[in-house]
Structure formats: C-alpha cells, structure tokens
Design a binder for this molecule. Sequence first.
Ligand code: NDP
Length: 305
Amino acid sequence: MKEYEVVIIGGGPAGLTAGLYAARFGLKTILLERGLFGGQIVNANEVHNYPGFPNGVSGMDLGQLMYDQTVKFGLQAETAEVTGIKSNGNSFEIIFDEETISTKTVIIATGSNYRKMGVDGEAKLNGRGVSYCATCDGFLFKNKDVAVIGGGDTAVTDALELSQHCKTVYVIHRRDQLRACEAVQRAAFSNERIKFIWNSVVDSLEGQEKLDNVFIKDVKTGGTSSLSVSGVFVAIGLIPNSDLFKGFLDLDKAGNIVSNEMMHTSVPGIFTAGDIRKNSARQVATAVGDGATAAKAAFSYLKER
Ligand code: NDP
C-alpha cells in the first residue's frame, strides 16, 4: 500500500492551498479531487473580491493558476473520488477508485454545493442573471431590479447587501415568515428598497441570452405571476459534501465539519479547511487561509510525533 504523510481530499482553493503549503514543507502529499481543480470558483464568470486582481479574474483562470502554482512545487494531484476513510490507530486508510492508500494525516476540503431550485431556465441562465453568490456578483446589478430566493440568514443578508447597489430587491419566500434571525429581519423590513413576495416559489426563469423574467407561483392560491428582473440570487441553503464523514467526525446539524481555529477536527490527525468547515465565511479568500492553516497544523502534528 502506498504511504503518504498528508492526503488532501478536495481540490478547490482550500485544498489547493493546503497542497501548496504541504508540498513546500516537503511532506509526501497527494491531493484527490473528483471534479475540476479549482472547485466552485470555476463556475464564477468573474471574481472581484480576491486580492491581487484589481481588474477581476475569471473563476476558471483563478482555479487554473492555483493548480499550476501548487503542482509547480511538487504536489501530486489526481482526479479520483474518495469513497471511504478508515482509522488504523496511528494512521488512516483512504479508499478511492480501486485503490487504498495509507496516510498519517488527512485534510478534508470537500466544500459544499449550492442547493438549486431545480426549475426550468435555472441551469441555462446560471451566470447570465442567475447567481448563487450576492457578494461575488451583486455589483453587476447596479441600479437594476433583482430577486433573492429564500428566507434564511443568507437570503436576507444578501438582500440587505444587494439593496446597497440595486434599485429594488424582491425577496421571494415560500412561507409568510422568515427563518433569518430577528435583527436581520428588522433591518430588511425597514429597508425601503427591499420588498417581500410571501408564500411564493419560483416556477421558471425566462430569458434568451440573459434573464428577463421570473415566473412565480403562489403556493396558497396556485396563482401565477411574472416579475421582470435582471438578476436572481438563489439562497436556499447549501449541501455540504460530508456524507463520507458522518459517524467518523463531529459534524454540526447542517453537516459541516466542526473544527477549532487551527483546523483540527474531532479526530487527531484529521484537519479541515474551506466551505465544509462549520462557520466558514465561504469566500475564496477565507478558504485559502484555512488551507494554509490546515497544512501548518498537519506539519506540526507530524513533527510532534
Ligand atoms: P437556511 O437553511 O437557514 O435557509 C434556507 C432558506 O431557503 C429557508 O428560508 C428555506 O425556507 C428556503 N428554502 C429551502 N429550500 C427551498 C426550496 N427548495 N425552495 C424555496 N425555498 C427554499 O440556509 P442559509 O444559507 O440561509 O443559512 C445557513 C446557515 O448559515 C444558517 O444556520 C444561518 O443562520 C447561517 N448564516 C448566518 C449568517 C449570519 O450572518 N449570522 C449569514 C448567513 C448564514 P423555510 O424557511 O420555509 O425552510
């Protein structure tokens, strides 16, 4: 069985940064990614909130640059889906494809996926009016009308953030009460640019080159209506990629990995980084910070042993 000092699961900004640091520490490291290197940012047309790129950078380019920098320093990065993890006392077995490898430490950077509405037009108009990140894309809708879908903290804080640049922000929520905390609700209710459309869900999205209309269904009456907006921000929760670790690591109610500020999880020798981590700010900038911290923590752990 091949032996490593560090196995990194996930090749987004957190995993790639952990890989960069681990490789530069001289640790025998492999990174396993099931999809595209770069993670969720590869779907972002332009990233404007990552330092060092005053004119913005495409998510695809940023992911590629991070990957190139990491492999340049000797990281072994492979496309493979991890399907199992086992503890053997002082080491761990990682199972993927037809192979099992052994490692002294693991860094989990598997991220999460935005929950999709699953309605007609959503996939087609993704990046052309449909967004899952108000912080990333809000500035594209200056003085425009937009809608936010959802009633949780993310949806309502997104609405507040968008109200700073947009003309009107419609919050479309499937119930007549918000899930967001009281203080956030109060701020939104007193904001003149935010309007609520209650008991309603999106039925479909329409537009050729870009989003033009949102078709809305009233869940109480069954009646339908349309709303002309330039942007729709979907904020109906995240699905953490943590199924593999249920029962093995402490997870919070939503399925995010519980860790301390040095990225230690509940199992010594296993570290975490990025969006999968409980209380992550879910930004590229914070993911790379987590990745560097996790690699440093893994290095210290190996040195102490
Ligand atoms: P939540 O799960 O809290 O909220 C999701 C929202 O989307 C709910 O209002 C839910 O409706 C709605 N929803 C879910 N599925 C659908 C669907 N298929 N169609 C329409 N609506 C749907 O997710 P958040 O991302 O808002 O928050 C995640 C966690 O992060 C929470 O614990 C939150 O408190 C925390 N957070 C904290 C922030 C802060 O500033 N402190 C900022 C952002 C997030 P319903 O209410 O009917 O279930």
